[in-house]
Design a protein around this ligand. Sequence first.
Ligand SMILES: Nc1ncnc2c1ncn2[C@@H]1O[C@H](COP(=O)(O)OP(=O)(O)OP(=O)(O)O)[C@@H](O)[C@H]1O
Ligand SMILES: [Mg+2]
Length: 350
Amino acid sequence: MTNNELERQLTDLPGRLLHNLAKGRVSRHFRMGKARLVQSLLKLSPDQRTEIGIEMATMLSASARPQSTPQPAKPLPPDPASQTSRHRPRHDSTQEPAVSKDALFEGIGTPSPAPFTPDEWQQEAIEHLTTGDVIVSVPTGSGKTYVAVEAMRRAISTDQTVIYTSPLKALSNTKLTEFAHMFGSENVGILTGDRRDNAHAPILIMTTEILRNLLYDAASGEIDMRLDTLGLVILDESQFLADPERGVVWEETIIFCPAQSRLLLLSASIGNPDEVAAWINLIRSTPCRLVHHRNRSVPLRAAYLDPSGTLVPFFRTRDIAQGKAFTLHPDAKRLFARYEDQTLGTRSKR
Ligand SMILES: Nc1ncnc2c1ncn2[C@@H]1O[C@H](COP(=O)(O)OP(=O)(O)OP(=O)(O)O)[C@@H](O)[C@H]1O
Ligand SMILES: [Mg+2]
């Protein structure tokens, strides 16, 4: 069979049969759309192409067989006990059951009240702040705020000033409400492009841009802030350091941060926290410690609601309560394969 004939026959083949042919021959075939799969099969060695030609003919004649024709008896499934570990099939993802909405969202709710006990990493971060700067890089929802609040409490108890920065005005406003509730509204002020309230409070919330500008002014001698009493600078959402446009603001804030104040960087998504810690160690006189872990206290439940109304979990769920990131659920693999041609097409048109 010529390559052109093979291509035509493969293209006419239903996707399911095409994937059967690709099993064991094309790696990650389940992620491919039909067009890419055909091209990958055509790139196989001449021997493999001959093999798939023969298999395809067998498949087609089997599917063309009339329903009434008696089917050969199905072979019994192999006895698992007789299989060596080498030949035992790995997890058969196609058998994984679809997940219902209830199962996916199971366990979401308000936990029953329990006494608060700080996690070891939270205590470690607070402890390190007594001797130097700290980067806390832990997953979202882990409790970074506790570290910030505890560090603030300690700083203001010794008459130091605290500056807490966030990348957004809206987040700064939320933090004002939260911290005023904890420390009393007289102890918390805010400075953003839109607002200037209680600017002499011991705890000041501001956007990182405002702090950078204050530090610029201080560097040029126009000192107005109580930078000499500044004991703690907290940069929340510090992954903005990597932002192509705004990252420079975080960078300069760290560079100009007064030597006597401690820096606390909080983030759930710094890709290279150890490199950032090494850089801060280089440019500042105090040591910088990294507190880093990847354990999610709040499980990640990622799902896609297909326009047909079907809920497709992204991650494998069998034997894992809420799925495990990086192990795609078979339904998600099928979904990606279904839309791959369209998405690749869109990308190549750009
Ligand atoms: N040690 C702990 N034990 C139990 N719950 C905790 C603990 N520390 C914090 N929490 C609770 O965890 C929840 C999430 O905390 P927090 O908002 O500080 O997370 P975060 O790490 O700042 O998340 P994000 O990355 O979304 O900003 C809060 O309700 C908080 O009260
Ligand atoms: Mg937070």
